[in-house]
Design a binder for this molecule. Structure first.
Ligand code: AHG
Ligand code: MN
Ligand code: MN
Length: 338
C-alpha cells in the first residue's frame, strides 16, 4: 500500500520522470514524452476550470445530449475541446476518439501526424460536478496499426492488452495524475502554486485483498442471481467477524483511485437495463484495467480479462470488476457458479 513520498522521490516532476524512462529505452524518439507533456497541459487547464467552475458560471447543463444519449454538461465540452486542442498539433498522433464524439477525431490537415492513437473520457463523473464531488479525466494510448498519413477507426479498435500507456487525472481534494507505461503505476500531485505535477505515489501496488466493495446497489433489481449473491457475500461478516464496507462515489475515476490505493473491488456489472454493462471499454474500462494489472491487481468482465476484449465499436460497453486480485477472483468465481 502507498505510504507517502520519500526523500528519493521529492521534487521529481512528471516531465522528468517520463523523460528518464524514455532515455532508458533504446531507439525512443521523444514522441511519447512530447505527447505526455501535452496531456499534462490539458489536465492543468481542465483542473483550473474545474476549480473555478462555480465562479466562472459554467456549472449546469448545455441542454444537449451526447452520443450515449446522456445529458452533456458545459465542463464536458470544455474538457473535450481542451484535450483535443492541446494534443492535435504536437505531431505525435494519427487519430483520436472521445466519449463526446460519435466518430473518430481526425488530426487536421495543417498538423503533422505521428505514430500514436489517443482515446479519452475528458470528464468522467460529470453528474457529480454540480455537487462538488470528485471528477476526472481518463486516457488510453495505443500505437497505430494502419499506414498512411491519417489514422482511422481500426487504429482505435485495439484490445486493452495492446495499450502502450494509460492513465487518469483526479480532480479531488488535490489533483493527481496517475499513469502507467507498463513499468509500474506512478502518481503525481499537482502543486497549484507552481503549476507542476510532482511524483507523490511511486510504484503503487494494490493490496491483494481489500475491505471495501463499490457498486451501485440501487441497481439490485436489475441484476442476475450471481451478481446479487456476490454483493450479499460482501455484506456477510468474514472470518474476522467483519463484512466489507460499502463506498460508491459514482465517478469511476474516484472509485478506482480509492480502490487502487486502498484495495478492494469496484464493479459495474451487466444488468437488465445495460446488458453489456454501462462503462465504455476503450476509454474507461481498458485504461483502468491496464493500471490495475500494472499495480498487481486485476480487471475482469466477469469471466475473462477486460484487456482481452476485442472491440468492435468505439463506444462499446463492458461489465467491469476491478481491484484487488483476490477480490476480483472471488467475484468471478461466484458469477461462474450461478
Ligand atoms: P461519465 O460522467 O463520463 O458519463 O461517466 C459516468 C460513469 C462513471 O464515472 C461511473 O462509474 C458511472 O457512470 C456511475 O453510474 P451510475 O450513476 O449508474 O451508478
Ligand atoms: Mn466516464
Ligand atoms: Mn465523461
Amino acid at each position: 500500500m502507498y505510504t507517502g513520498p520519500t526523500s528519493t522521490t521529492q521534487g521529481i516532476t512528471l516531465e522528468r520522470h517520463i523523460l528518464e524512462r524514455q532515455l532508458s529505452i533504446p531507439g525512443a524518439t521523444g514522441d511519447f514524452t512530447g505527447l505526455f507533456q501535452q496531456i499534462a497541459l490539458a489536465a492543468k487547464l481542465i483542473n483550473s476550470r474545474v476549480r473555478s467552475a462555480g465562479l466562472a458560471g459554467v456549472l449546469g447543463l448545455t441542454g444537449d445530449t451526447n452520443v450515449q444519449g446522456e445529458e452533456v454538461t458545459k465542463l464536458d465540452i470544455f474538457a473535450n475541446n481542451v484535450l483535443v486542442r492541446s494534443v492535435e498539433a504536437g505531431g505525435h498522433l494519427c487519430v483520436m476518439a472521445s466519449e463526446e464524439n460519435e466518430g473518430i477525431i481526425p488530426i487536421p490537415d495543417r498538423f503533422a501526424t505521428g505514430k500514436y492513437v489517443l482515446m479519452f473520457d475528458p470528464l468522467d463523473g460529470s453528474s457529480n460536478i454540480d455537487v462538488d464531488i470528485n471528477i476526472g479525466t481518463i486516457f488510453s494510448i495505443h500505437r497505430r496499426l494502419t499506414t498512411g498519413r491519417h489514422g482511422g477507426e481500426a487504429d482505435c479498435l485495439q484490445r486493452g492488452a495492446s495499450q502502450v500507456a494509460a492513465g487518469y487525472v483526479i480532480y479531488g481534494s488535490s489533483t493527481v495524475l496517475v499513469y502507467t507505461a507498463g513499468q509500474g503505476v506512478h502518481g503525481f500531485t499537482l502543486d497549484p502554486a507552481v503549476g507542476e505535477f510532482f511524483l507523490s505515489h511511486e510504484n503503487i501496488r494494490i493490496p491483494t485483498k481489500g475491505k471495501i466493495y463499490s457498486v451501485n446497489e440501487g441497481n439490485t433489481y436489475l441484476w442476475s442471481e450471481g451478481v446479487r449473491r456476490w454483493v450479499e457475500g460482501m455484506k456477510t461478516p468474514g472470518p474476522d467477524g467483519k463484512p466489507y464496507s460499502a463506498r460508491y462515489v459514482g465517478s469511476l475515476v474516484a472509485d478506482f483511485h480509492r480502490t487502487l490505493l486502498k484495495g478492494g473491488v469496484f464493479a459495474y456489472p451487466a444488468d437488465q437495463k445495460n446488458p453489456q454493462g454501462k462503462l465504455r471499454l476503450l476509454y474507461e474500462a481498458a485504461p483502468m484495467a491496464m493500471l490495475a494489472e500494472a499495480a498487481g491487481g486485476a480487471a475482469s468482465e466477469g469471466s475473462r480479462r477486460v484487456m482481452e476484449v476485442v472491440p468492435t465499436s468505439l463506444h462499446q460497453r463492458v461489465p467491469l470488476y476491478i481491484g484487488s486480485s483476490e477480490d476480483v477472483a472471488a467475484a468471478e468465481r461466484l458469477l461462474r457458479e450461478t
